[in-house]
Design a binder for this molecule. Sequence first.
Ligand code: SAH
Length: 453
Amino acid sequence: MGMKKDDLITIKIEDMSSEGLGVGRCDGMAFFVKDTVIGDVAEAKIMKLKKTYGYARLVRLLVPSADRVEPLCPVSRQCGGCQIQAMSYEAQLRFKEEKVRNNLIRIGKFENPPMEPILRMERPYRYRNKAQFPVGTDRDGRLIAGFYAGRTHSIIECADCLLGAEVNQRILSIVLAHMETYKIPPYQEQNASGLVRHVMTRVGFATGQIMVCIVINGDSLPKSEELVGNLLQLPGMTSITLNINKDATNVILGRQIKLLWGQTYIEDTIGDIRFRISPLSFYQVNPLQTEKLYAKALEYAALTGTETVWDLYCGIGTISLFLAKRAKKVCGVEIVPDAIRDARENAALNHITNAEFFVGKAEEVLPEKYKTEGITADVIVVDPPRKGCEESVLATMLRMAPKRIVYVSCDSATLARDLRYLCDNGYELTKCCPADMFGNSVHVETIVKLVRK
Ligand code: SAH
């Protein structure tokens, strides 16, 4: 008789899935076991069986891995954010380097990827400048804020995420107390009722400026002047806004921002460039590592001052402006109109006059401009979301035939797929550097350099 559900097995964890589950073998089957790390020997209970693999739940550790550490966060197992907090930072970095290398080999078919050592963080805590806390109630109807448990929409109470800024705790307690006092109900997903959905915060690490944006299922927040008064006690408060989101959706932010106090944006600096950041704009969440990442992008772009550079998926123009000082001209493309408005403001704020920005989808703007204006580039930088580049973007890049392509990616699987396409069509992968922007999570950023053969 083979194994069945609820059986107990003893398993040695030898690998880790890209989502951070421990993987081991038992009787020729692969098992995914949450909360285990490479090197553990564990007793686990089978929860689900497929033909060649299954899922098991950790019952007890028989021999803990040498890579294990005690997680600092009390809710690290329930919360979906830090999948690998129980691994030492050194082991996390090895895992991330291997993940990138494996994807390049397996998906990208690169035999021996030219890997540089991962750009590491000094301390993988308190590095995030942005947080989005869902607000709800616990079983007893008490107001709570926290994070979604992995793969669910039930809220784990956690007012002090150790990846985020310490001030978040105080912001949340002020907002929850306000809701308590005026009986303002939290949003409930099941029937789309209630008002307060999320509290989003951003902190400019270099400037100390704080943004609080309260996402509501309505048009106004009762007694908001009073809430503003309380939030203003926090030093650095710069921007207090409402975000209107009345849709029954998983998307956290709606499109409309209403100013409650101050200005609608905060500012921060990376290197010697100052950025204005609006609530709806993307901004790198780990500013210290971002500086290292952009320095790498600059190195890979190898600019001499004469180049025309296109920066696709440019956000608020961070990479564009970083490169502009060393290029003849930089053109950025980005889908979010608010981000492009920020990008233009940012260019002006930094007295940069050789950067131009276009709103639209990269897969529409680039082919269109190539067709109608015959645009050219010496260097193209891309930094797409997880799904990578559309084929029409890659195809147009090939036609533009830049000398170098710098690809910044937050998903090494789609990166590997896109690199294969570019390398089958005239480019060579000459450098690849992983960067740890998201310590304690399974995510890893990668930056690569391609040179036209
Ligand atoms: N390079 C920037 C932003 C990178 S994040 C930085 O380092 O800060 C990816 C950006 O791509 C986001 O700003 C997102 O809004 C944008 N984006 C997503 N899909 C897009 C598309 N199809 N075309 C252009 N931009 C897109």
